[in-house]
Write a protein that binds this ligand. Structure first.
Ligand code: 26Q
Length: 822
């Protein structure tokens, strides 16, 4: 019997210590005397990765050998956040490794903070994909995530003079220990050119595509561990590379520059993440990105399927492919092309396979976010796909005509081609026609989808539609981010809640236990203290940890109404100015979020928050009872810091606009109370936690529609509400802009004359709800009870529940245990 543990798998302290030193020397090529903190971080990361590798390998082997069905999650974004802590928790070695690192004389927290987070997404949709990958692994569902390895993820945000400045996100600059390139699995993708019809040897009509550009897709694989299981699934991200061209030698004699330039252009495809969310801009490179990663992924799946010795007729039994919004929806036409053109399958059978393969998740109701591409752009880049889309459309509209004769309006609405003005391909229609399942991301959102955006499709195929309310992973969003609370919970109810979040209900049994409530309150207090220290150290602002922490962190958007929050702050400020000795509940307003670089109004709202903060924070009359801080560069890592420290979660979008929201869930799970509208998942959160534990305000979706249709006039609210008028006038007067009355004029005018998101209509109701928050916070015992009940009743919002529903109702996928032989 061998006395030694393997350096790469062993879990004794001595072995991990040795592995750390070995990796420092053999991977980083450093000895302690010359090692930088980054060298140590890399050595640590490799030490952790080593402990995932045999599980990863085994998982992949089982999937390829057994005839299991694999879920393929196609997403242009995966907003992963830092890997290190998450993997340590999932492997069950967090405390052990932390000890070893510290016994080696290193600062664990410092090393942990060195990791550059992969910010390969904009916000909710990208983070949802990351949570779903975690749950797929934890539930032992065979799965692969496919996406784009952006060289530059979402930009880093700095604030200069109150304005947002964008900085390139060089997340790969010191190397990425979590990925493994699989050069031998490189795939070729064609672009542009033309098509040619011909008859094959059996006299069948066929089309060949003669592209004018070929780009290589190189897969980079990242292991995705599950919690407390052996399953380690793969996230496969594609990097674009130019093929080693013989162009140099043969075809481009004398055009050296042209050849190099083509190479650069090819490699640009995966350079940078488009930083817009909820806004469709018809940029050619964006469509190239989408087609590039989708084509690589589908070709990869076909190769894996054929490797099993299967024929393509059974492709949909090997893979359930989920489209994360319409961004990968070109996959419908691409799978048809691959099956019909490259593998010579008859159209009808190919269409069966395609429809059985795809599911489509919609994430937005905003018309400006619906993807559409002009025909000319489409034809230039993907001439064969445009023909295929026409063919799909013709057959589809034939069916529609048979069912609804003489209904040309309906036909025009359902068509894959928008012909109302300039002609476009409608990607939501393509995704809907090409999928067997269509889902929204919260109950209200699904109802609105069925009624409005996809109403005609719902009438045609009601059976395709279902709701899958979003969820978030409790591993990252409680255990990793809030170890103090996680430990308190575990001491009370054991550890099972981490993979069975409904178990949190058991906390309700302790609600009358005064000592438990005290511990709960103390835990929140401690975490608020950490955040206060962080804010002081990093931003020089002193905040009172005893004050109510009121937090709004999310992308900047008019529909999310960060400026409604500002109107409340100014209202309170005005109350103090009018009566400096007024009794008021001390509050710290914390904001974070990025604005799309071209979204002027969103950037102006950031400037307004900072300008109001400057005045409020420095006015002696306020006596530190109010503080306003905008924390720059909101990202996953900062989310992990801020959700646990919040008392109040701001979920204040105009009803009917926020598809679901997922930050709302992260807050409530960590014991924050919500002030919110009846929008997205807020409705379901309120149902779960109880209306008495939720601060509701604002118009309902129906009331919003009603008011819009009878003619909404913000001006009336302004004139009829003296408080609102004072607040708006104070902004207009230049009070927050050193006398400059022009600075915020676009914002104020937009509110006074249009107010498309109805801030004025909801203003009074919001202020009233906030006053109730103040009252409630004064009774700390009562507040603590509400906080506990919020956390205890959030079980539904685990991404495990969401993924289980997708598996059972859309993917027909089942768990596969991964056994490690001794
Ligand atoms: C589209 C075309 C061109 C360029 C960019 C885009 C683009 C990129 C990202 C469009 C939309 C997005 C992101 C959307 C998003 O994050 N939506 C959010 O999805 C969450 C998960 O379902 C929901 O909780 C949020 O309500 C929804 O806003």
């Amino acid at each position: 019997q061998c006395e030694f543990e393997d350096d790469r798998t062993g879990l004794s302290k001595e072995t991990i210590k040795r592995a750390l030193a070995d990796n420092l020397f053999y991977i980083q090529g450093k000895v302690p005397a010359t090692a930088t903190p980054n060298d140590y971080y890399m050595a640590l990361a490799y030490t952790v990765r080593d402990r995932m590798l045999q599980r990863w390998f085994k998982t992949t082997e089982v999937y390829t050998k057994k005839g299991v069905k694999v879920v393929s999650y196609l997403s242009a974004e995966f907003l992963l956040g830092p890997h290190l802590s998450n993997n340590l928790i999932n492997l069950g070695i967090y405390d052990l490794v932390r000890q070893v690192v510290e016994e080696s004389g290193l600062d664990f927290v410092q090393l942990r903070e060195i990791e550059e987070e992969p910010g390969l997404g904009n916000g909710g949709l990208g983070r949802l994909a990351a949570c779903y990958m975690d749950s797929l692994s934890t539930l032992e569902i065979p799965a692969i995530g496919y996406g784009i390895r952006y060289e530059f993820g979402i930009f880093d945000q700095e604030i200069r003079d109150g304005w947002q400045v964008e900085i390139t996100d060089k997340w790969l600059h010191l190397g990425n220990p979590w990925e493994i390139p699989r050069l031998e699995e490189t795939i070729e993708v064609k672009f542009g050119g033309r098509t040619e019809a011909y008859y094959d040897e059996k006299c069948r009509y066929r089309v060949r595509w003669i592209p004018d550009k070929v780009v290589k897709g190189v897969p980079y694989d990242t292991p995705i561990s599950g919690y407390n299981v052996n399953t380690v699934n793969t996230l496969r991200l594609w990097k674009a590379e130019a093929p080693e061209s013989f162009e140099f030698q043969a075809f481009n004699v004398g055009d050296y520059y042209g050849a190099v330039n083509r190479k650069v252009v090819s490699e640009n495809i995966t350079k940078v993440l488009y930083p817009n969310d909820e806004l469709m801009k018809g940029k050619e490179l964006r469509l190239e990105q989408q087609y590039f990663f989708v084509s690589c992924s589908l070709q990869d799946m076909i190769r894996l399927h054929l490797q099993k010795g299967e024929s393509l007729e059974t492709f949909h039994q090997s893979f359930a492919v989920q489209l994360n919004d319409t961004h990968p929806s070109i996959g419908v036409a691409e799978l048809m092309r691959l099956l019909v053109d490259e593998y010579e399958i008859e159209w009808d059978q190919a269409w069966q396979i395609t429809q059985n393969t795809f599911g489509y998740t919609n994430h937005t109701l905003l018309p400006e976010a619906l993807e559409k591409w002009t025909l000319s752009l489409f034809k230039n880049l993907l001439p064969r796909h445009l023909q295929i889309i026409y063919e799909i459309n013709q057959r589809f509209l034939g069916q529609v005509r048979a069912k609804y004769p003489n209904d040309s309006d309906r036909l025009a609405r359902l068509s894959l081609i928008d012909e109302s003005g300039e002609k476009y391909v409608r990607m939501a229609n393509l995704a809907s026609v090409g999928s067997h399942a269509i889902n929204g991301v919260a109950a209200l959102h699904t109802e609105l989808l069925k009624r409005d955006v996809l109403g005609d499709f719902h009438e045609l195929w009601p059976e395709k539609f279902s709701n899958k309310t979003n969820g978030v992973t409790p591993r990252r969003w409680i255990v990793v981010s809030n170890p103090l609370l996680a430990n308190l919970i575990t001491r009370k109810i054991g550890v099972d809640w981490i993979s069975h979040l409904e178990d949190l209900k058991q906390l309700e049994a302790f609600i009358e236990d005064a000592e438990f409530r005290r511990e709960w309150r103390q835990t929140k207090q401690d975490i608020k203290g950490y955040l206060a220290t962080y804010i002081k150290e990093n931003h020089g602002i002193e905040v009172n940890p005893e004050s109510l922490f009121d937090v709004q962190v999310k992308r900047l958007h008019e529909y999310k109404r960060q400026h409604l929050n500002v109107l409340h702050i100014i209202t309170l400020y005005k109350r103090i100015k009018d009566n400096p000795n007024i009794e008021i509940t001390p509050r710290t307003f914390i904001f974070g979020g990025k604005a799309a670089p071209g979204y002027f109004m969103a950037k102006l709202i950031i400037k307004l928050i900072n300008s109001v903060g400057d005045v409020v924070n420095n006015d002696p009359d306020v006596r530190d009872r109010l503080k306003v801080v905008f924390l720059p560069d909101y990202n996953v890592r900062f989310g992990q810091r801020v959700y646990p420290a919040a008392d109040l979660s701001e979920q204040i979008s105009t009803a009917g606009k926020e598809a679901s929201g997922t930050g709302n869930m992260k807050f409530a799970m960590n014991g924050a109370l919500t002030i919110g509208t009846l929008d997205g998942a807020n409705i379901e959160i309120r149902e779960e936690v109880g209306e008495e534990n939720f601060f509701l305000f604002g118009l309902t979706t129906e009331q919003v529609y009603e008011l819009k249709s009878k003619g909404y006039n913000p001006w009336d609210y302004y004139h009829n509400n003296p408080q609102l008028k004072q607040v708006i006038d104070l902004i207009s007067s230049g009070f927050f802009s050193h006398g400059d009355t022009n600075l915020f004029r676009p914002l104020v005018d937009s509110l006074l004359y249009h107010d498309p998101y109805m801030l004025f209509a909801d203003y009074q109701s919001y202020i009233d709800a906030q006053d109730q928050v103040n009252q409630a916070y004064r009774d700390q015992e009562h507040w603590t009870r509400m906080s506990i009940l919020n956390a205890a009743r959030m079980g539904k919002f685990s991404s495990d529940r969401a993924i289980l529903e997708y598996c059972q109702e859309i993917w027909n996928a089942v768990p596969v245990k991964i056994e490690l032989e001794e």
